[in-house]
Design a protein around this ligand. Structure first.
Ligand code: MEV
Length: 291
């Protein structure tokens, strides 16, 4: 047994298809390789206590349980650059990092299949009916197209454009948002179908390297996400201001009811202008990713 186990993962952002992916439609998501979560496990004098309201604690439990090590005397710490509850994959990424760290600590090999199964167990805490999109993207080094039924495929994205990701500063509520959409499933169904279709169209636009079209589709998706009640007035305001500042399109991203806004910029200069505008309007943090 080694003294220390270390596990790592990274954040994600959903370009298209949040919520509709829960209903079987395709979604497109990008890993945020520079925004990492690292977990370290150390020997301790006491056994771990668990909090099953917390996905990280549940992930550690699931990993220890799968190794028959629930009585191990260890402690764990997480160093995560991924803001929590912002639709950036924090819960999936910390779960992945923690499970990897536990397995590394006990020098046990961890298959991708087992890792996914354990993450899924922990993700059910973060929200009741996870599609698996977050975990898949946090496990991928490249953008993916994902659907519940067909799984995932790597998607080459080379738009020569820039994605501006802005944290609204309002904690998102994925579980509540997913439940809210389900509660009004009948009236939401047509919107979910449109969202699914917009994701398909986005894939075509990505393959045609047509960033203008991707931007247009993003703005259309935001309207549908508003219609199913998962946006907030402040998030709508940031989306609008990104367009005013020159974005090709913008939308909320992730579970919603807070969280992040993403905007597509044709050039780096445009991305800087959008970033400035979003800060001015109250965004807490802004990242720029080449896509
Ligand atoms: C959450 O990041 C994305 C949702 O589509 C839920 C899910 O896919 O499980 C809202």
């Amino acid at each position: 047994m080694v003294d220390r186990g270390v596990g790592q993962s990274h954040g994600k952002i959903i370009l298209m298809g949040e919520h509709s992916v829960v209903y079987g439609y395709s979604a497109i998501a990008l890993p945020l390789l520079g925004i990492e979560a690292v977990c370290r496990i150390q020997p301790a004098s006491q056994m771990v206590t668990f909090d099953f309201e917390d996905s990280l604690s549940t992930a550690v439990f699931a990993a220890l349980d799968s190794l028959d090590q629930l009585e191990a005397k260890i402690s764990y710490e997480i160093d995560s650059k991924i803001p929590q509850k912002r639709g950036m994959g924090s819960s999936a990424a910390v779960s992945i990092a923690a499970i990897r760290a536990v397995y590394a600590y006990f020098e046990e090999s961890l298959s991708l299949e087992k890792l996914e199964m354990l993450v899924h167990q922990a993700e059910k805490i973060a929200h009741s009916n996870p599609s698996g999109l977050d975990a898949k993207t946090c496990l991928s080094d490249v953008p993916i197209k994902f659907s519940r039924d067909t799984g995932f495929a790597r998607l080459a994205v080379a738009l020569e454009a820039y994605l501006v990701i802005a944290d609204s500063g309002i904690q998102g509520h994925t579980r509540e948002a997913v439940d809210k959409v389900a509660q009004f499933e009948k009236t939401n169904r047509p919107h979910l179908a449109i969202l699914g279709n917009l994701a398909e169209q986005t894939e075509l636009a990505i393959k045609a390297h047509n960033s203008r079209e991707v931007g247009r589709l993003m703005s259309l998706a935001h309207k549908e996400l508003r219609a199913i009640g998962v946006s907030l007035p402040f998030v709508d305001e940031l989306v609008e201001q990104a367009i005013v500042a020159g974005a090709l399109g913008a939308k909320m991203s992730g579970g919603g009811l807070g969280g992040c806004v993403i905007a597509l910029a044709a050039t780096l200069e445009d991305a800087f202008m959008i970033r400035e505008k979003l800060f001015e309007k109250g965004a807490q943090q802004v990242w720029i990713e080449k896509v």
